[in-house]
Design a binder for this molecule. Structure first.
Ligand code: HEM
Length: 218
């Protein structure tokens, strides 16, 4: 059985948790990433509205950022630098320090299905916030890959002439726009589920803010 799939009643007794659950660089890059991703999404919706891909579908202007096309582009490009450089710092530190492998791997379809079933029946333990369950591992790996696709498809749209190979890999300019929109939609779905999950286990928010959840597991 996957180690994180423990019935809440069968969880080991509470024991003090020492040291930071999330190091400072994870917390700083996480919140900068969240800020940049949300600015990019809301300004992207305004940019989309100036030239909709899907006839008849536009985002309500009140949900968008930037006021008009020019303003939205400025927000989008400003947040783009933050997203890309912050993302590179996060990925480099994660990979170079080996955190990536022990936080997100191993991962198997069986473990994801098992932990998902446990979560849906209220049997997934959250006693040890140091260890992500398989559904979390999958969701975080998924959104990291999705952000990479978002950046690359955005680059193919922005510098379509300068990066012909990238443009062709994306299926051409028009298809790159659809790839970009689809990746944005998947990220938006991730954010909704992610924030609901955090609200269901509020101690996890403390760990991402302070590094630790308190004096002991509770
Ligand atoms: C805006 C509100 C957000 C809140 C309140 C939030 C909260 C959190 C919390 C509490 C965790 C730690 C979960 C745990 O330890 O069990 C976490 C991890 C994570 N979040 Fe968010 N998050 C937000 C936005 C985002 C966005 C926009 C993204 C990406 C698009 C994102 C991607 C991630 C990833 C990849 C992790 C795992 C980080 C790691 O351990 O390396 N989050 N988030």
């Amino acid at each position: 059985m996957h180690t994180s799939r423990l019935h809440a009643n069968a969880a080991p007794p509470a024991a003090p948790v020492r040291g930071a659950i999330h190091p400072a660089w994870v917390r700083v890059t996480h919140w900068l990433n969240a800020l940049a991703a949300i600015i990019m999404m809301l300004s992207g919706w305004r940019i989309y509205d100036a030239s909709p891909i899907f006839p008849g579908f536009v985002f309500p202007p009140s949900l968008t950022l930037g006021g008009w096309l020019g303003g939205a582009l400025q927000w989008h490009f400003a947040a783009m630098w933050l997203l890309v450089f912050n993302g590179l710092v996060y990925l480099t530190l994660n990979l170079a320090g080996g955190r990536f492998w022990h936080k997100f791997l191993p991962l198997s379809p069986r473990a994801i299905v098992s932990d998902l079933a446990a979560a849906l029946t209220g049997k997934l333990s959250h006693a040890d916030l140091r260890q992500y369950n398989a559904v979390q591992k999958f969701a975080y790996l998924f959104v990291i890959c999705d952000l990479i696709v978002l950046v690359l498809s955005g680059l193919a749209i922005w510098k379509s002439v300068q990066f012909p190979l990238l443009r062709e890999l994306m299926g051409g300019y028009d298809t790159a726009r659809i790839v970009h929109f689809t990746a944005m939609s998947l990220m938006a779905a991730f954010i909704v589920v992610h924030v609901v999950m955090v609200a269901l286990v509020p101690r996890s928010l403390l760990t991402m803010l302070r590094g630790r959840q308190g004096e002991s597991r509770s």
